[in-house]
Ligand binder design. Structure first.
Ligand code: ADP
Ligand code: MG
Length: 642
């Protein structure tokens, strides 16, 4: 982490903790405590929204579950604080698993609908189950007492502050660990996550459960803070506010969550009172207009780009004076703000400031030196090679899409330690074979045995972990993650540490994380990318992206590596390098299946070549034999035999 940033954050947090020393005004203390409570929820919501990229409109419902678990446990059982807090977290986390179920089936707008329904149902249930929740009457909860000592307002503030700090640390540690990388990976490319042995299914559920745990803690503290809970608090408006906070603060940052929480706690206060809304809207209009005029004068921005925001804020200011009452307009104003933020602040306030200061996340250049761990060890582990035995045996494989047989009765036998070429014209079914081998499609008929075990019907992540790694014809990297992090996702299988290890930074976790950095750097060196370790994958040139994908696949310690057109789009020198890398991989005992259009690559390194045409295998043998085969020449006539 950037040192300056760290110092500033610690100072800000210390100031936050010291608030009750400077003011005894209960209104302010309560307001800031609420900000911190919301921040705890937002740390969790950001895991789902920012990291895994799923939409959740159900978090107000989860917040309500946390609050009501606390309320009910207190009212019915007079349970003590030390029991109520963990219980609220656990119960809400359980509901989080329930909320994850739809996320496993649908994404995007459909998921938004389903999670919205979840939130609504929770609110209705709280309202209707009055035998448990007292229904619309609500529940009164006094400030807790600990061991007979009644907690005061400032004590409670410090309790919230401490728990917020703990949540911040735990959330941060989880997100920087293999769990966080898994969450980010499934946003970047679900297919690639699965093929790296990171089960999308499992990690989506984890993300929702962990996220719900934070919502549960926040809900519980909220109940104590307000000292009264009723069902209509946990409504649609709150859920929209939470989302607004994550997006406005900036996703994937804890600072953003705190900023977002501040904004959304202040916002309803502001929108409750027409006069203050008028003042703020006018101030905003003046500020943005003056800013735009200066910007245009200094030629920093074009008048065209500033026209809409300036017009917008002036209209908002005018609108605020036209209004008689604000209550009916609150939701519309929130909605407009979301639109504005999504359009003009796509990276939130934190992202905006970061761009302005132009300090890029983490200070890459300085950090790379400390990450590079010199190791004499070779990164590629020698896979067990057992003579000439066959590693992969596929028999009579058929893959049918509707009426089309993309592969039709294909037999394939791949010997251990060889490079097996797979060629054929476009659309002949090569990529489909790889998709069938890696569990992305389940074949319509036929058997596939890998290392003596059937792969048919198993999940992609399961197959990946059993030793088949792959790259994709259209590169599937985790774009927002660095090159090193991409490889670390491939190394996910080397981690045994659990959430507790990660949160406490136990020696086991530290050892595994260091080893993963070490191996990751080794693999980057293997493909000549170590200088780009801390560059985001999406910023790499295309050829380097392909090499990174190979390194990531090797991180799985595969016995079999599937390469789908690795030379596509590469320059001649890059292709040379690629050939030497593939040969080195084979020399390490890893078997390779290579789909390639560049005939010179295929002819120079393959031990055996199979030729597909219209989903059928038309020839097989040594490269020279295949090259001379009449059927092959015919299939390629006018094709791209280089
Ligand atoms: P290749 O990699 O040899 O160029 P593919 O394996 O990608 O060819 O495709 C083989 C055929 O299968 C093509 O006709 C393609 O349109 C079809 N195909 C591949 N995947 C699907 C799918 N998911 N649904 C329908 N058709 C598909
Ligand atoms: Mg293909």
């Amino acid at each position: 982490m950037n040192r300056k940033f760290l110092v500033v954050s610690v100072l800000c947090l210390a100031a936050l903790g010291a608030v009750p020393l400077f003011t005894h005004n209960p209104y302010y203390i309560h307001l800031i405590a609420t900000v911190m409570i919301y921040a705890i929820l937002l740390f969790g919501l950001d895991i789902v929204v920012g990291y895994t990229g799923q939409v959740s409109l159900g978090h107000a419902g989860l917040f309500g579950i946390g609050a009501y678990t606390t309320g009910v446990l207190f009212m019915k059982l007079s349970a003590p604080l030390w029991l109520i807090l963990p219980a609220s977290i656990a119960v809400t986390a359980g509901f989080g698993a329930l909320l994850a179920l739809p996320a496993l089936r649908v994404t995007g707008p459909y998921l938004a609908m389903v999670t919205l329904a979840f939130g609504t149902i929770i609110q209705i249930l709280i309202n209707e189950m009055d035998f448990l929740t007292e229904g619309p009457l609500g529940i009164k909860i006094p400030k807790p007492s600990v061991a007979g000592y009644q907690i005061t307002e400032s004590d409670f503030y410090w309790m919230v502050f401490t728990l917020m700090l703990l949540s911040l640390i735990v959330a941060h540690r989880i997100l920087k660990s293999q769990f966080g990388r898994a969450f980010e990976a499934l946003r970047g490319s679900p297919v690639a996550s699965d093929c790296m042995g990171v089960s999308v299914y499992r990690y989506k559920v984890y993300a929702f459960v962990i996220s719900a745990g934070f919502a549960g803690l926040a809900g519980s503290l909220y109940a104590y803070s307000e000292q009264y809970i009723s069902p209509n608090t946990y409504n649609f408006e709150l859920t929209v506010l939470f989302l607004l906070a994550v997006i406005m603060g900036g996703r994937k940052t804890r600072t953003g969550a705190l900023l977002g929480a501040t904004v959304v706690v202040m916002l309803p206060q502001l929108l409750d009172d027409l006069d203050s809304f008028r003042i703020v809207a006018s101030a905003l209009a003046v500020l943005i207009t003056v800013g735009a005029i200066i910007g245009v004068a200094k030629k920093m921005v074009s008048p065209k780009t500033m026209a809409i925001p300036v017009g917008g804020v002036i209209a908002l200011a005018g609108f605020s004076f036209w209004l008689d009452s604000i209550t009916d307009w609150r939701l519309s104003i929130f909605g407009l703000m979301i639109l504005f933020v999504v359009y003009y602040l796509p990276d939130g306030i934190v992202g905006f400031v970061r761009n302005l200061l132009n300090f890029r996340k983490g200070g890459r250049a300085t950090r790379s030196a400390s990450v590079v761990v010199e190791s004499g060890k070779d990164a590629v582990v020698v896979a067990a090679s057992a003579g000439e035995a066959s590693l992969l045996v596929a028999k009579g494989v058929v893959m049918q899409f509707g009426g089309l047989k993309a592969i039709n009765q294909v037999d394939l036998l791949v010997k251990r330690g060889t490079i097996h070429g797979l060629i054929g014209p476009n659309g002949s079914g090569k990529s489909t074979i790889m998709n069938v081998l890696t569990g992305i499609y389940v074949p319509t008929a036929g058997s596939i045995e890998f290392s003596g075990h059937s792969v048919v019907g198993r999940t992609s992540s399961d197959i990946a972990l059993s030793g088949i790694a792959r790259t994709f014809q259209n590169v599937q990297l985790f774009g927002e993650m660095t090159a090193l992090q991409n490889i670390q996702v491939g190394l996910h299988h080397t981690f045994d540490s659990n959430i507790v290890d990660v949160s406490l930074h136990t020696p086991r976790y530290k050892r595994e994380e260091l080893a993963a950095i070490d191996r990751g750097m080794g693999l980057l060196r293997f493909v000549g990318l170590e200088a780009l370790a801390l560059e985001e994958a999406r910023n790499l040139p295309y050829g380097k992206q392909r090499l990174l994908e190979i390194a990531r696949a090797l991180a799985l310690d595969p016995q079999l590596l599937l390469l789908d057109e690795p030379a596509a789009g590469l320059t001649a020198p890059d292709i040379k390098e690629l050939i030497s890398i593939i040969c080195k991989i084979r020399d390490h005992g890893i078997t390779v299946i290579l789909i390639e259009h560049h005939m010179d690559v295929v002819m120079s390194i393959c031990d055996t070549v199979s030729v597909l045409d219209f989903g059928q295998k038309i020839a097989e043998g040594r490269p020279t034999e295949v090259q001379a085969n009449e059927k092959v020449i015919e299939a390629y006539l006018g094709g791209q035999t280089a």
